[in-house]
Design a protein around this ligand. Sequence first.
Ligand code: NAI
Length: 455
Amino acid sequence: MDILDLIVIGGGPAGYLAAQRAAESGMKVLLFEKKKLGGVCLNEGCVPTKTLLNSAKIFDHAKNGQAYGVMARGVTMDTKTVLQRKNKVIQMLVSGVGMTMKKNKIKVVYERAEVIEKTKEGFLVEAGAERYTAKYILAAPGSETLIPPIPGVAKALESGLAITSRELLELEELPGHLAVIGAGVIGLEMAAYCCTAGVKVTVVEMLDKVAGSMDARLSKILQKELEKKGVSFLMGHKVTEVNSHGLVCEKNGETKLAEADKILLSIGRKPVMEGCGLEHIGVAAKHGRVVTDQHLCTSAEGIYAAGDVNGKMMLAHTAYRESEVAVHHMLGIEDEINYQTIPSVIYTFPEFAGIGETEESAREKGLAVKTAELPMAYSGRYVAENADGNGLCRLIMDQETGCLVGAHLLGPYVSEMIWGIAALIDQKVSVEELKKSVFPHPSVSEIIRETIFKL
Ligand code: NAI
């Protein structure tokens, strides 16, 4: 039997990119995927949500074009067509991944694969009736929706009253009233989509802020912007029961009912730990996540774990970088991951993007930081294109090094701007040096340059 260089388990962003990078470097690679290439990201996560959100954005613009001199009447959104387009986009991108695998001569086997043992030759992997051996294993089995242990949830899931984002992305007919548990990334993006499509949306969040650990000031503004669009928030409320009327929520001993005819569960995701046989090799796990180091090595030499399974930062772009770092380690190329310079984005409209430290996290770490902020309305392009926006740019500088350590933006297309700041933070370019960079005019990105001059 041929000994492979690498077996990749899981064909999501971590898995398919690891396979591609390894094959490009001359390694002999086999990729196992039990469902479809592309994983959650392409099939039921990042890509489908962005497709739906784009339709909602076009609908929103068409309905509210008066301020811009565009008078469209009787505009409607046809969710059936929206879903058809979403499915086409998925199909196109999934087949694109398949083509990339083919081009790189990576064999894709559509089977569930399990590591059985470590032998003299390498790791023995079983899939269907076949057995394979490889020098290295990269486990990238991903994550699944966390189902909250709230009374009534199991029954509600069974009856279809409660759903996860996977089912929501398949709904041809949207509910009249959606209650969302959790104002994190999924909760907010789905609230923005559904609310724009005409659904009454109530988001219940146990913390006092939306958007988790992202910049608190911008989180508040985003919440207000979504409220303006019609989303209701029950902040500081914990869901204690799910029943046929909706969600029973509690705050300071008082209960309230958030009525709904559909409930979205979006309290987080958890790594998929079973099924790829990591336990047979003694791979260490902690709090339900595979433990990895800065090279994505697990506790078992030769086994790497990239993507959501290590629970470090459950984002597709983190998975991409992790897979490259892991392959570099296999090849003996010096590299390591820096989670501090990975941006996060919430694709609501306005978009919310952040990188590095927030003012609070920087101070908690004892950094002497200086912050500067400017409303997006300082940008001519922003004013020209946003009749009533409240976008904001906040930058955080470490006074000791004179370099940026954090950036937080709320506004249109900030998802397309944040990578630049991520690169500057990563490269430790000083603020004084940054002042010499020229930004295109008119562009919303000029707000970053203006804010830099306030530091
Ligand atoms: P999340 O972790 O982002 O947010 C969950 C929220 O639920 C938290 O704010 C938490 O306080 C709240 N919560 C938990 N239990 C609750 C209860 N009983 N009652 C009320 N509130 C409660 O999780 P989410 O939104 O489900 O996202 C899952 C993962 O998917 C995240 O890791 C995220 O990074 C990833 N993702 C990323 C996207 C992006 O990059 N744009 C898009 C979609 C998902």
